[in-house]
Design a protein. Structure first.
Length: 437
């Protein structure tokens, strides 16, 4: 049943008019203005003052605290069914931060009891007794003298001050990072002689931009011989690959011819003639198969297998004869390679005492080969008389990178310009079929 309220009692809210067509006149500005938002804001402000002060005016240190130690006694798993207090106790526990108004009467600021107030001593000036003491100190008359004693310890010694470590029971203990064993091992040089290659090797006289004629001629001969060796190796690899492909093609052709000859054997001709005689081409073919093979059929199968074996044996003999014919060529190639290696060893014998980053060992570090060193050589027609027209050769970044690879500091990698992305499967959901009438 709704509560009926008399007009005399009225409501505590201010009169307001929510729908105002116009506010052009002065009366309309002050008449029945809606102030509910202002009242709500004041009520919230009073509640914050009662709880302890306005939150916006407080500092962060007053609102928040940083727990560094934690509570080791508190249980990590709180009880599921915690006992809930009464609502009356919760209401009584709320205490206002604003002090209560005392009940006794307090005199006003302007009203007095007629008595003359006592004279208080000023605290913002120096008294006469302190002034006299300061003058004596300035003149050198100290009341207390400090006795100098000899030090029984070293003043410059580092005194270890052990700070009290705060116990954090709730934080896990920090584990030190374990260093791998390979960090303590020395890098393995990739040079052929196994010696350590210097990070920045001292260049010879032939690498100068203004070299001597003898040094330049020696270096030009070395680079030309190395280029010729590389070209010979490339040509030999191409010739060997071409011969291998030709031999594979010939063997495949011979194998096909042998199979065709084996297929056109006497067994197939006899079987065709017997089928013609047995009425295989009549209107009604005989679908029944013989249960057991006759002796004649077994003999034909043996003859066919023997012919196939003989054909395979002949093909193998031909391939072997072809390899025997190439024995001389293979021996000549091996002798030529050994001579080249001997010449190269004699040519580089004078540089064996020092580590050479050009000659690398056969087994390198990683899957990919090291990048070849750039040939920093200026041809005779490109030599300049003046340093002003000089063009610098080489790249310091590439040289430093290759030096680290040769010394075993890094592993050779391959540049991957595009990252391989995961495959995504695009499907169309048939949600338009999931309808219900």
């Amino acid at each position: 049943m709704p509560v009926i309220q008399s007009r005399a009692s009225g409501s505590t809210e201010a009169p307001r008019q929510f729908e105002q067509s116009s506010r052009k006149g002065k009366k309309a500005w002050r008449k029945n203005v809606n102030v509910t938002e202002i009242e709500r804001g004041l009520a919230e402000l009073n509640e914050e003052v009662i709880r302890g002060g306005v939150i916006r005016e407080k500092k962060s240190s007053e609102l928040f605290t940083i727990d560094l130690q934690g509570d080791s006694k508190a249980s990590k798993n709180p009880p599921k069914h915690a006992s809930k207090g009464l609502k009356a106790d919760e209401i009584l526990a709320k205490r206002s931060a604003v002090p209560a108004i005392p009940g006794r009467k307090r005199p006003g600021e302007r009203t007095t009891d007629g008595l003359v107030p006592t004279k208080r001593q000023r605290t913002d000036w120096v008294p006469h007794k302190e002034l006299v003491r300061l003058r004596k100190v300035a003149d050198g008359h100290h009341a207390i003298t400090i006795e100098a004693k000899e030090a029984t310890y070293d003043v410059w010694e580092n005194i270890s001050v052990q700070e009290a470590e705060e116990s954090h029971d709730f934080l896990p203990a920090l584990e030190s990072v374990k260093q791998p064993k390979s960090m303590r091992q020395k890098p393995i040089s990739l040079a052929a002689n196994g010696k350590e290659v210097p990070a920045v090797p001292a260049p010879a006289g032939g690498f100068s931009y203004n070299p001597l004629s003898t040094d330049y001629e020696n270096r030009l001969a070395e680079e030309s011989a190395r280029a010729l060796d590389l070209e010979r190796e490339r040509i030999n690899v191409e010739i060997a690959q071409r011969k291998r492909q030709e031999a594979a093609a010939r063997s495949a052709a011979e194998a096909e011819a042998a199979e065709e000859r084996a297929n056109m054997s006497e067994w197939e001709e006899d079987s065709e003639w017997e089928g013609f005689q047995s009425g295989a081409e009549d209107e009604r073919p005989n679908t029944k198969q013989p249960r057991r093979k006759t002796q004649a059929q077994k003999n034909r199968i043996k003859r066919r297998k023997e012919e196939e074996r003989l054909a395979k044996q002949k093909a193998a003999m031909k391939a072997r004869r072809r390899q025997e014919e190439r024995i001389k060529e293979i021996a000549d190639e091996i002798n030529e390679r050994e001579q080249q290696k001997a010449l190269q060893g004699a040519f580089n014998s004078d540089t064996d005492d020092e580590a050479n980053d050009q000659r690398l060992r056969r087994r390198q570090l990683g899957k990919f080969k090291l990048p070849e060193k750039d040939m920093e050589l200026v041809l005779p027609d490109e030599l300049e008389d003046s340093l002003r027209r000089l063009k610098p050769e080489g790249n310091l970044l590439k040289d430093r990178y290759r030096s680290m690879l040769v010394r075993g500091k890094l592993e050779s990698r391959r540049h991957i310009p595009f990252k391989k992305l995961a495959r995504r499967k695009v499907t169309e959901k048939w949600t338009h079929k999931d309808f219900v009438l």
